[in-house]
Design a protein around this ligand. Structure first.
Ligand code: UDP
Length: 236
């Protein structure tokens, strides 16, 4: 089987790593994701990863936390590094070679983010995990994912979520909602469909980077998207 995409950027939310828990990391989820990722690297697909931090800390709620937004955002970025280290361990356990690169320097645990070096790792078949988001407050890891995907010339950004694609309405609230198999960037805007935050979405649209939204928790789905089956929703 030939993969549809040669180089992908997989964006996972921090919350997906919680599994059934209310906070932190679920080792079963990490082991499962590692297996799913291994299957596609075994096919020769080059994989870059961006992980959120919402399972540990989100900086946006200054009113709740009493912590200034920018400070909280840096805390959120550090949370993504913790998640990146956890996934790195899971992947290495599964026999996948990895490198963690951080947008905020922390040399004892991660390489600094260097675009050309990241691309070299990918060419050598190593999974590259991008930690610390964009390195800037007021952004999200979706934006980090879009930015890095464009920088490393990924063919697509795969956004793993809890729902299996983009629906006409919120399927958790409206039972009549139907799923799009594919949709254009402009249609998403005109129908006010939230695929990613605006900054992330605009980056993809302006740079013609397709997005696939899919359910990462269903075993085999990642492979299915990568070989071009009709899984999830393709935005292009
Ligand atoms: N964050 C940031 N800049 C970035 C990426 C992330 O400031 O480039 C902070 C922000 O506070 C965010 C937190 O890190 O709330 C965790 O990331 P995100 O909310 O995107 O994680 P997810 O929702 O995917 O778990």
């Amino acid at each position: 089987m030939l993969p549809k995409y040669k180089r992908i950027l997989l964006k996972l939310s921090g919350e997906s790593l919680m599994g059934e828990k209310n906070f932190g990391l679920d080792s079963n989820v990490i082991a499962q994701y590692a297996q799913e990722i291994k299957q596609i690297t075994d096919m020769g697909v080059q994989v870059a990863l961006v992980i959120g931090g919402g399972n540990i800390y989100r900086g946006m709620n200054e009113a709740d936390t009493g912590i200034e937004r920018a400070q909280g955002d840096y805390m959120g970025m550090l949370a993504t590094v913790i998640n990146g280290m956890a996934l790195q361990s899971g992947l290495e356990k599964a026999g996948v070679t990895t490198r963690l690169q951080s947008a905020i320097k922390m040399e004892q645990i991660a390489e600094p983010y260097i675009r050309r070096r990241a691309m070299r790792h990918l060419e050598k078949g190593r999974v590259v995990i991008f930690g610390a988001g964009t390195g800037n407050p007021y952004f999200t890891t979706d934006t980090a994912g879009s930015l890095r995907a464009i920088e490393i010339k990924a063919d697509v950004i795969l956004k793993g979520t809890r729902v299996d694609g983009i629906y006409t309405a919120d399927p958790e609230k409206d039972p009549t909602a139907t799923k799009y198999e594919k949709i254009s960037f402009n249609e998403c805007i005109s129908q006010n469909l939230k695929v990613m935050d605006m900054t992330a979405f605009t980056l993809c649209m302006e740079n013609e980077l397709p997005i696939v939204v899919f359910d990462m928790n269903k075993p085999g789905n990642l492979m299915s998207v990568v070989i071009g089956e009709k899984t999830g929703t393709l935005v292009s």
